[in-house]
Design a protein around this ligand. Structure first.
Ligand code: SAH
Length: 271
């Protein structure tokens, strides 16, 4: 009998941000195929007997190709297994989940999707930045800063289209990204923040403006995974920080580390 594939969004980092449905899928898994960005603690929710397949990049080893990942999902499911494909954030937000869905459908394998909390919204939220805010921002766009799937032209088209911009895969190209947005008409003094390892114990954020942020981020050694937020909503987080601790009043650059609360478990593996 054919098994099935469940594409599960693992959430942005903190294992607590997995959905209950995702947890149930993991508990029923015979096979778990997981990524670098899925919190390692989530693998413990699968039975000890479940086969665990790492599909991400490992130092010194080539990552599995998308074709190889899809093939493994289909092959295990055709053997009758329940296969959980655990993906960082939401499977369909820059996660190539659509390709895996299509591969399963084309092979006649039953497939379900369990949405996840995407870092596109969780990273700003974890840094205290509401992506919409009354009288400040009524629209938000989520785009990739990477050139792999879109070039600078795409970025120019959205640069001034929405009040808030959220850019994923932002760490490696921060300088070019900010410059492209300014060249496309977004004022250089637009507030901007970058949030690294959001919702984990390693969370850090740096804020400034489109012109000042790249240097601040470089100075703070911000690296992937990181999400860039552009727009006046960034000031809301700065206002909150000031209200909580007036001693922290407008001292741009603002570098904020997440306070590790009792519930915070975060990430066990390194980038
Ligand atoms: N499907 C994922 C996104 C995959 S693309 C989702 O919905 O979240 C990978 C990008 O997501 C990273 O380059 C980074 O921009 C963002 N990202 C993932 N985890 C993050 C985290 N914990 N903190 C900040 N950004 C993160």
């Amino acid at each position: 009998m054919t098994g099935r594939v469940i594409l599960v969004g693992a959430g942005p980092g903190d294992p607590d941000l997995l959905t209950l449905r995702g947890a149930r899928a993991l508990s029923e898994a015979d096979v778990v195929v997981f990524d670098r960005l899925a919190a390692p603690a989530l693998l413990e929710l699968a039975p000890a007997s479940a086969e665990r397949i790492y599909a991400g990049k490992e130092p010194g080893r080539a990552p599995m190709s998308q074709e190889a990942i899809s093939a493994v999902l289909v092959e295990r499911a055709l053997l009758g297994r329940t296969v959980v494909r655990l993906k960082g954030g939401d499977p369909f937000v820059f996660g190539r989940g659509g390709e895996e869905l299509l591969a399963c459908v084309e092979a006649g394998v039953p497939v379900d999707v369990v949405p996840g909390v995407s870092s596109a919204f969780a990273a700003p939220a974890a840094a205290g930045i509401p992506v919409t805010h009354r009288d400040v921002a009524r629209s938000v766009a989520v785009v990739t800063a990477s050139s792999a799937h879109g070039d600078a032209t795409d970025l120019s088209l959205v640069a001034t289209a929405t009040d808030t911009l959220v850019l994923l895969m932002a760490a490696g190209r921060l300088e070019e990204t900010c410059a492209t947005l300014v060249a496309a008409g977004r004022p250089a003094d637009t507030p901007a923040a970058i949030v690294q390892w959001a919702t984990t114990d390693d969370q850090r954020s740096v804020s400034g403006t489109l012109s000042s942020l790249p240097a601040y981020a470089r100075g703070a050694s911000v690296g992937p995974p990181a999400t860039l937020v552009v727009g006046d909503v960034v000031r809301v987080a700065e206002a909150v920080a000031t209200a909580v601790d007036p001693a922290n009043a407008p001292s741009i650059p603002t570098t904020t580390a997440r306070a590790a609360g009792p519930g915070s478990r975060g990430r066990a593996a390194s980038a």
